[in-house]
Design a protein around this ligand. Structure first.
Ligand SMILES: Cc1cc2nc3c(=O)[nH]c(=O)nc-3n(C[C@H](O)[C@H](O)[C@H](O)COP(=O)(O)O)c2cc1C
Length: 331
């Protein structure tokens, strides 16, 4: 059976990141790589189902293939949220089992679900039955004092039995007590080899590794060693050009991406449309600060955009000034 578009694209995915991978960020990333898979920020099922927050599902058609990440732990509510996502046209619905957030008012979600694989399987089952888009899971290797060698295979076994075929593993534990979410992305040690061992144990599952991968060369190494996909988060956000511009050529055998200046030009009509709807410049350009990272004048580009992008009435001329400042510094 031919792979669906999201599965093909999952050879390289850009991680779900709250407050970062919003629709503007994803549109910008998509200009640089047509082939990779983009994830939304986590949207909680209660916000969609009980809060009626449909606006959180908005995306641009250019973003495909794009996956909606859901947070939640109530099977019926997740099923309803998944249905809403599929109706909106998302290519994949992903369940978050990796965020180190505590129990919140709206229920349990994220990494704490590593403790309840039967419940996760029930959630996946309900989401799969409710709608046609593929249901995937993003998880950790364990939480707190769990032994990953024991709990991870059990977790994978159970969600596979529920019908999940594709999974992304953030290759470190989450420590649910005493670490902030940010610390939980850096302090618990990475164990990429464990993810490779899971692929050997579950060859029929499509498995992507996530955590600390900082270049396409590193991504390539994981793929060459037999993993199906690599997910990159922070490196892609902070240095989007280095990760995304060459991704289609290097990892998908496709055409190379545009150059950085072409990306800026291609953002102009998108930004103009956003401004004409009453949106603010910085809502889009804040995601573009790293576009020239490592290039002469990168600091000036970043400075002009961040200082002037927030001003009342800021328009596309801020982009011109940022480019001019960069050119002057580079000359
Ligand atoms: C600002 C920020 C927000 C994040 N929000 C989410 C989220 O909503 N859902 C999720 O599953 N992971 C979230 N993560 C974790 C990332 O998806 C990823 O697993 C983590 O950053 C490790 O990958 P990296 O080392 O390539 O960044 C977030 C990470 C960052 C930096």
């Amino acid at each position: 059976m031919p792979l669906n578009a999201a599965t093909q694209a999952a050879r390289l995915s850009i991680a779900p990141m709250m407050d970062w991978t919003d629709r503007h960020c994803r549109f910008f990333h998509r200009l640089m790589s047509r082939r990779s898979l983009l994830y939304t920020e986590m949207v909680t099922a209660p916000a969609l189902v009980r809060g009626g927050a449909r606006h959180l599902l908005r995306f641009d058609a250019a973003e495909h293939p794009v996956a909606l990440q859901l947070g939640g732990s109530d099977p019926a509510e997740l099923a309803e949220a998944a249905r809403m996502g599929a109706n909106e046209g998302y290519d994949e619905i992903n369940l978050n089992c990796g965020c180190p957030s505590d129990r919140v008012q709206s229920g349990t979600f994220g990494a704490v679900l590593m403790r309840t694989p039967d419940l996760v399987a029930e959630c996946c089952d309900a989401m799969i039955a409710a709608q046609p888009a593929e249901v995937t899971v993003k998880c950790r290797i364990g939480v707190d004092d769990q032994d990953p060698e024991e709990v991870l295979p059990d977790f994978l076994e159970k969600i596979r039995a529920a019908g999940v075929k594709r999974i992304t593993i953030h290759a470190r534990k989450a420590w649910l007590q005493g670490l902030s979410p940010k610390e939980n992305r850096d302090i618990p040690p990475l164990d990429h080899d464990l993810v490779h061992r899971m692929k050997a144990k579950f060859p029929d599952l499509h498995i992507s590794v996530n955590g600390g991968i900082a270049s396409l060369a590193e991504a390539r190494t994981h793929l060459d060693r037999g993993l199906d996909g690599v997910m990159i988060g922070r490196a892609a956000y902070h240095n989007p050009a280095d990760i995304l511009l060459d991704a289609d050529r290097a990892l998908f055998g496709g055409a190379p991406g545009p150059d950085r200046l072409e990306v800026v030009e291609a953002m102009r009509p998108y930004i103009a449309a956003h401004l004409s709807e009453g949106g603010k410049l910085a809502q889009v350009t804040r995601h573009m600060l790293g576009l020239f990272a490592g290039r002469p004048g990168a600091r000036q580009w970043r400075r002009v955009l961040s200082e002037q992008g927030h001003r009342e009435g800021a328009g596309l001329d801020v982009l011109d000034r940022a480019l001019e400042a960069m050119d002057r510094a580079a000359a």
